[in-house]
Design a protein around this ligand. Structure first.
Ligand SMILES: [Zn+2]
Length: 962
């Protein structure tokens, strides 16, 4: 029976809307406040976005069915530069962008014309995204919707900023930022192509002196200055002689450009060839030694200054380059120089336990490295660097630093070189190239007199660590990433010159940056409802208002007068805040771990008392399209609304969720969605067929199927609590099928006609469990099952109302395994049966069986030991006659699931003969149309022409087929 998915979607969406089912106010019930990162409306959402929001919706719906009063709201993040950039491109008639709007996003042409105005772009895609969310069936309380450029929101952000500044958490200063030279704006993840966060590192420049000209070398290991033997320059590179403030430097052109962004005045004097410097000598800052400059090909002009100091004892690259020089093969080394070089020996200056005197030499030889362009040198460098950093001690030749640990002395040495006027810093992107959305390559800029969030503040970090420790993080394996991010975070620019958003309240030249105005907005969902109802006026909101709502400061009556609302209304909002806060769960994609999610915690711990700190973070991976990454250039982006129209909301939701657990990448493909559709359609058909009848007195198979159902419900609930949605869906949709088939077979063979009520109950539970995932079709199924209430408003079936009946589980497992055995025998012998005879094991064997089972449950699986203990016991000493029986029984037990073993122990002995006589005959009759005879092994009258009975074991009776 085919389902008209679109009709089903609309029917139930209409019903939910009519009943205001997703509007949540405070009440007497326990609440859950579930939020998800609000979308940035610069394009319609595609299937990839759908994953995060669908997971959040399933979570919300599940908790609602568990009895919580769940609030799931949504806002729209207009702040930032990307929309502005798009508007500029539309104005400039950028055909590629406009073509994309038309063909990929299907934006009407008259709308595109308006897109030169940034807000028009945001509004258009805002409505588009919202419609998609409604069509996906998300249970959002739309009364609380807002955008980040609404006047009330801007007042809220101003309050946040003033508050942070008062706490000295927003500071003015000079700090490095990722920077777009074209836009003249700081850049973070949302501003770059491919959404990469610019990441940078600080090099120390040590300046050597060549007749008054500085030869600057960039290093991460200033302490190794004491081991310098020479300087490396690349003879193939054209360097520049530049004026840096008042000094003359030799550096690569790339370095000269980078220095220009670090608050240095740079003037290029002339180009100079690297080869000109080979053989010259420069004075080291720490001694009177002259250090010779030698040629090396591993030195790259885009790295550091393009010149490096050589420490061959501790740096594998330097060691190998020195070996290469000494070999005489390098043409830029003349014979005089070559004979000089032979005297250069590595200077050991760090002692590390486990490493030799010249560790670079040892590792180069160990790794079989034979030239300086060998990529293995990278690994060699890392290995020595980290070992020496953590365990190395500075040797006697390091003067005042001798005996200190590297990890401690590093900064002291840096300071010392700076003091003697020979150091500088160079900041470099570690993940370059990073491209701005405008196409320009980003750099690191030292930004002065800028506003920064002081994320390097130690107390602030500490508080955030405390919050993370208390928080639930799903999946927990991502927890350490948060700790790392927190430790590495430093000052972060929080103002921009361009874009949409809120002005920095005390410096109106600047706008609040988009990763700074999106960190505590969950609190604003409480207020936005009243703004939208026009019960408070956004323009009226003051800091006092927010202080009252969030902190309960001052008298409500006094504040009410000033902002033209009633005292009662203010108290109502305050109470609603107290009711819904803190955020119980925050959902987001994995890409927001290093920024938004960490900032969300940092700002909450800074601005809210501990009882209002976030409780949980849930992180999910992305969606692949038939195994490939989704991208515009691949042309494989499917807009969400288009997919809903094509496949229906529920098949889409399930397909996105069923292929992966949280952190894994989900895969979307057409076969999968068709499989899901078929499954849902057959379930729907069953619902229409299954009548709700009275449940009869329970037969063994009924007790069993209810036990299986109860197990299913417990397993699904456990998976849901951990947001292991893939696992939960598999349980609900597939894991139960073979059990149900068995049950139907059992009932049919017993010619029962009274199981409809039982089937109805089973189906009802499965439909309810399906409801958070596939809310539309679940309502439809629920209605077909004869219910007048909504499935989404019913209680989650954690318990199906029957106890787990361990004995029935043992019974059915026994029956199934006998049927399997009979089938196997028939398959092998290819006979058509005329009669089937079954022999159950003797009484003493059961005692032995239980004894072995107990051994296994206690962790004892050694046959010899078990046999010894059995012989030692009078009750089981008979196994002396048949030690093989022990081995076989032990194998029987070990091949069964642990759960079943435990159940067997608790149930104790069951009367196999009785069960087989009463329950198996009908099955045998049904399956093979023959009679069944059952004997006990100990039965003296038994029919046993082939002498089979002696092979019987507990739960493994012997079978004779004639
Ligand atoms: Zn740019």
């Amino acid at each position: 029976m085919e389902v008209d998915w679109s009709a089903v979607d609309k029917k139930w969406q209409k019903k939910w809307a009519e009943n205001n089912d997703h509007e949540t106010n405070s009440n007497d019930k326990e609440k859950k406040f579930i939020t998800v990162a609000y979308p940035y409306p610069n394009s319609p959402q595609h299937i990839g976005h759908g994953r995060t929001y669908t997971i959040t919706d399933v979570h919300s719906r599940y908790l609602r069915m568990k009895g919580y009063n769940v609030l799931f709201p949504m806002g729209f993040h207009y702040t930032g530069t990307p929309i502005l950039g798009m508007a500029k491109r539309v104005e400039a008639n950028d055909t590629e962008l406009i073509e994309g709007f038309k063909t990929l996003y299907k934006v009407p042409e008259d709308k595109i014309k308006e897109f030169a105005e940034p807000v028009k772009i945001a509004k258009y895609f805002h409505e588009e995204i919202k419609s998609g969310m409604i069509e996906m069936g998300y249970s959002i309380d739309w009364r609380r919707e807002f955008t980040t450029i609404d006047p009330a929101y801007q007042k809220f952000i101003e309050w946040q900023f003033r508050n942070l500044k008062e706490k000295n958490l927003i500071v003015q200063g000079s700090h490095p930022v990722g920077w777009c030279p074209k836009d003249q704006n700081p850049v973070s993840q949302h501003d770059t192509l491919g959404d990469v966060e610019p990441d940078f590192t600080e090099y120390i420049i040590i300046k050597f002196d060549l007749n008054g000209v500085k030869i600057p070398v960039a290093t991460l290991r200033p302490e190794t200055l004491f081991g310098v033997t020479n300087i490396w320059i690349n003879p193939q590179v054209t360097y520049q002689k530049i004026k840096v403030n008042d000094e003359i430097w030799i550096a690569s052109p790339e370095c000269a450009r980078k220095l220009g962004f670090l608050e240095k005045k740079i003037e290029v004097i002339e180009d100079v060839s690297g080869s000109d410097f080979v053989g010259q000598s420069a004075k080291a800052p720490h001694s009177s030694d002259s250090i010779v400059i030698l040629p090396a090909s591993f030195v790259k002009s885009d790295n550091g200054t393009g010149i490096v100091m050589s420490v061959p004892a501790h740096a594998p690259f330097d060691y190998q380059a020195l070996v290469d020089c000494k070999s005489g093969k390098n043409k830029s080394i003349n014979s005089d120089l070559l004979s000089n070089i032979q005297n250069i020996e590595p200077i050991s200056m760090i002692k590390t336990e486990g490493l030799g005197n010249i560790p670079a030499k040892d590792i180069v030889e160990k790794m079989g490295i034979s030239h300086q362009d060998d990529p293995k040198l990278e690994d060699a460098t890392k290995e020595i660097y980290s070992k020496e950093f953590y365990e190395g001690i500075l040797a006697d030749n390091t003067k005042q630093f001798a005996g200190k640990k590297i990890s401690e002395a590093k900064d002291e040495i840096k300071e010392w070189i700076t003091k003697i006027g020979s150091a500088d810093i160079l900041l470099e992107l570690t993940n370059s190239p990073v491209k701005c959305r405008c196409g320009a390559e980003c750099v690191v800029k030292l930004l002065s007199n800028q506003w920064f969030l002081d994320y390097s503040n130690k107390d602030w970090k500490k508080k955030a660590h405390v919050c993370f420790e208390k928080m639930n993080i799903l999946p927990n394996e991502i927890r350490s990433e948060f700790d790392k991010v927190l430790d590495w975070l430093r000052e972060r620019a929080c103002a921009r010159q361009h874009g949409l958003g809120t002005k920095v309240p005390w410096d109106k030249e600047w706008l609040v940056e988009s990763l700074a105005d999106s960190v505590i907005y969950m609190a604003f969902y409480i207020i936005s409802k009243y703004v939208n109802k026009k019960e408070i006026n956004g323009n009226d909101l003051t800091d006092e208002f927010f202080d009252y709502i969030f902190y309960g400061k001052k008298d409500s009556g006094e504040i009410a007068n000033k902002i033209n609302v009633t005292k009662e209304k203010l108290e109502e909002i305050r109470n609603e805040f107290l009711y819904f806060y803190p955020v119980d769960s925050r959902h987001s994609g994995r890409d927001l771990v290093p920024n938004h999610l960490t900032f969300f915690v940092l700002n909450h711990v800074a601005l809210f008392p501990e009882e209002n700190w976030p409780q949980e973070i849930v992180v999910n991976g992305s969606v692949l399209m038939a195994g490939k990454k989704m991208s515009k250039s691949m042309g494989n982006i499917i807009p969400l609304r288009e997919a809903v129209r094509k496949y229906g909301a529920d098949p889409l939701r399930l397909t996105i969720l069923i292929s992966a657990e949280l952190l894994q990448d989900a895969d979307f493909n057409v076969e999968a969605i068709n499989g899901i559709k078929n499954k849902l359609e057959s379930m729907h058909e069953n619902c229409a067929k299954t009548k709700s009848e009275e449940i009869p007195e329970l037969e063994p198979e009924d007790k069993w199927i209810f036990s299986v159902l109860q197990n299913l419900a417990s397993n699904v609930s456990q998976s849901m609590d951990k947001i292991r949605l893939r696992e939960a869906l598999h349980h609900i949709l597939y894991d139960f099928d073979s059990e149900l088939q068995w049950y139907l077979k059992r009932a049919k063979s017993k010619q029962r006609t009274n199981i409809s009520g039982i089937l109805h109950k089973i189906l009802s539970s499965r439909v309810l469990m399906l409801s958070p995932f596939a809310p539309h079709i679940a309502e439809e199924m629920w209605e077909k099952l004869g219910n007048s209430e909504l499935a989404s408003k019913s209680a989650w079936p954690s318990s199906v109302g029957t106890e787990i009946d361990s004995k029935s589980i043992q019974t059915e497992t026994l029956l199934k395994s006998i049927i399997d055995d009979i089938n196997n025998i028939l398959k092998v012998t290819k006979i058509s049966p005329k009669k089937i005879i079954i022999y159950t094991a003797e009484q003493w064997k059961s005692k032995v069986y239980n004894s072995i089972l107990k051994n296994v449950l206690d962790g004892q699986t050694n046959v010899g030991t078990i046999i010894k203990s059995l012989i030692a016991n009078k009750e089981t000493e008979q196994i002396k006659k048949d030690p093989d029986f022990v081995k076989k029984t032990l194998n029987d037990i070990l091949s069964e699931p642990a759960e079943l073993r435990k159940g067997r122990m608790s149930v104790g002995q069951i009367d196999e003969r009785e069960i087989i006589s009463s329950e198996l005959s009908s099955l045998v009759k049904n399956d093979y149309n023959v009679e069944l005879d059952v004997f006990s092994e100990s039965d003296s009258e038994k029919y046993d022409p082939k002498n089979k009975a002696k092979n019987a074991r507990p739960f493994k009776p012997a079978i004779l087929i004639e």
